[in-house]
Design a protein around this ligand. Structure first.
Ligand SMILES: *Cc1c(COP(=O)(O)O)cnc(C)c1O
Length: 482
């Protein structure tokens, strides 16, 4: 409790013996007085008066609530210096990057939680230049007339996939949805029981079908579906034969499924479109790098499938997008669907996609210029050499890292069970528990993500981007505790 003491020209003299340093709401300084105090001048100079005023007001409100709720706030916490530090922290939280820059040492190349594909720097630079100003997004420069925004990239997509026509929507989930709805609203779609995939979130194929207005006709069994099963399920209401790439799981053992060629043959004969939801969608053949379960888009297009859809930010290594390729008539139907307007890409995505796709025009350099492909194509000896070099630099900073053979993963729900050989750095002593050390690394600048295996921190250099090895060494040294 406080009592006034006007005779001595002061107030808030505490009479309680035990709680003399605990604040009451009346001890909270006035906003204006506080902003005039010296420690706040520096904050105002760097962050502006409006923002500092608002954050100071919010900080005082929060302290008032603390006091009211009975939490002890010490008088020393209400001194201008202490409050300035509190406001400074609030400003840092407000103004610091929300999506902070991450060094991915997990060995998972397409890490959905870390933003999937790192974009080619040249594509980012070109797209940033275009996005910062006006661009001819929907205007044909020659005629001066209105044009289609996605025609800018469609010619490129057609070139790199060999398809007759193409279009782009926001992501591959949207691509699947709009294909189903455009071709089979109110009609039957035949699909194998082995292909009832869940991608994550609440994206489950049977639910997507229902939302798209389609009636799912499941055929075959989980492990075996024959071409005959598709053929036998066809009725006068059948509008599509759908094949889904089992990107994030593998059915192994006593298994069978019809090839795309077999489905295309049935579709041709019965005049029903055959659609392949490919998911990851590599534009190049990944077999030379040991990835055998990911068919390339050009190979699938060559089978004569009527439509194929895939993601822009998986194996293609570009921005989030859903790319649809196939027959002109079917692509036209998709573009006329009212849903198309809701799923269209913005100008930045389209520029990023354009400049990423252009890198594919030169087959001899694409495995270096597209970071996702570079990580896949990096020979194991090169990764081992980098690991040895990092271990040497860490040793100079007093940190012991041992080398071990391990595997990197493509990730992003692609190629389960297909892994790339790699050499990892294993650090079992960085101070405190491995979880605590991993947290210090995540909370550093830049933020570092690694794996924890057998109570040790594991760093895979395969997923480092050019130049990040030096940053990684510094970050590990900074996270070390005695
Ligand atoms: C990843 C994936 C999707 C979803 O693609 P997004 O681009 O993430 O929306 C759909 N189908 C399959 C088979 C996939 O692998």
């Amino acid at each position: 409790m406080s009592v006034g003491c006007p005779a001595r020209g002061c107030y808030a003299v505490r009479v309680s013996k035990t709680a003399t340093n605990i604040a009451t709401p009346r001890d909270l300084p006035k906003l204006d007085a506080l902003l005039g105090a010296a420690p706040f001048a520096a904050l105002i100079a760097s962050s502006g008066r409006d923002l500092v005023t608002e954050e100071t007001r919010l900080a005082l409100d929060a302290l008032r609530r603390e006091i009211r709720d009975g939490n002890h706030v010490f008088l020393s916490e209400l001194a201008p210096d202490a409050l300035a530090v509190r406001v400074q922290r609030r400003l840092e939280r407000m103004l610091g990057p929300i999506q902070c820059r991450v060094i991915n040492a997990t060995g998972v190349i397409l890490h959905t939680s870390l933003g999937r594909a790192p974009l080619p720097p040249s594509a980012v630079e070109a797209a940033a230049r275009e996005a910062a100003g006006y661009s001819c997004l929907e205007l044909d420069r020659g005629s001066g007339k209105r044009s289609d925004r996605d025609k800018l990239v469609n010619a490129l997509i057609e070139r790199v996939t060999g398809a007759e026509a193409a279009t782009v929507v926001n992501n591959n989930a949207a691509a699947t949805m709009i294909i189903l709805n455009s071709l089979a609203d109110g009609a039957e779609v035949v699909c194998s029981r082995a292909h009832m995939v869940e991608i994550g979130g609440s994206y489950r194929m049977p639910d997507v079908m229902r939302k798209a207005g389609c009636k799912l006709v499941e055929v075959g069994c989980t492990n075996k579906t024959k071409a005959r099963d598709f053929e036998d399920a066809i009725t006068e209401h059948t509008a599509m034969l759908l094949k889904v790439h089992t990107s994030n799981y593998a059915i192994v053992g006593f298994t069978e499924e019809p090839s795309l060629e077999e489905l295309v043959e049935i579709g041709r004969r019965r005049n029903i479109p055959v659609v392949y939801d490919l998911g990851a969608g590599s534009l190049v053949d990944l077999k030379p790098y040991g990835i055998t379960r990911e068919p390339s888009v050009p190979d699938l297009v060559a089978t004569g499938a009527d439509l194929v859809c895939f993601s822009g930010d998986k194996l293609l290594g570009g921005p989030q997008a859903g790319i649809i390729v196939g027959r002109t008539g079917l692509v036209q139907r998709i573009k006329k669907n009212a849903l198309f307007r809701m799923m269209r890409c913005d100008k930045f995505t389209l520029s990023l996609l354009e400049h990423t796709l252009k890198l594919y025009l030169d087959a001899s350099t694409v495995t270096r210029s597209v970071p996702t492909l570079a990580a896949i194509a990096r020979p194991a000896e090169q990764v081992a050499k980098l690991a040895r070099s990092i271990a040497g630099r860490l040793a100079k900073r007093g940190i012991t890292a041992t080398l071990a053979n391990s595997t990197s993963q493509i990730g992003g729900g692609s190629t389960p069970g297909e892994e790339l050989p790699t050499t990892v750095l294993v650090i079992d002593k960085l101070g405190g528990s491995p979880d605590a050390a991993a947290k210090r690394l995540r909370m550093g600048t830049p933020s570092v993500f690694c794996r924890i295996e057998n109570d040790a921190l594991v760093f895979d250099p395969r997923t480092l981007l050019p130049g990040q090895d030096a940053e990684l060494v510094n970050a590990i040294a900074a996270a070390k505790q005695a």
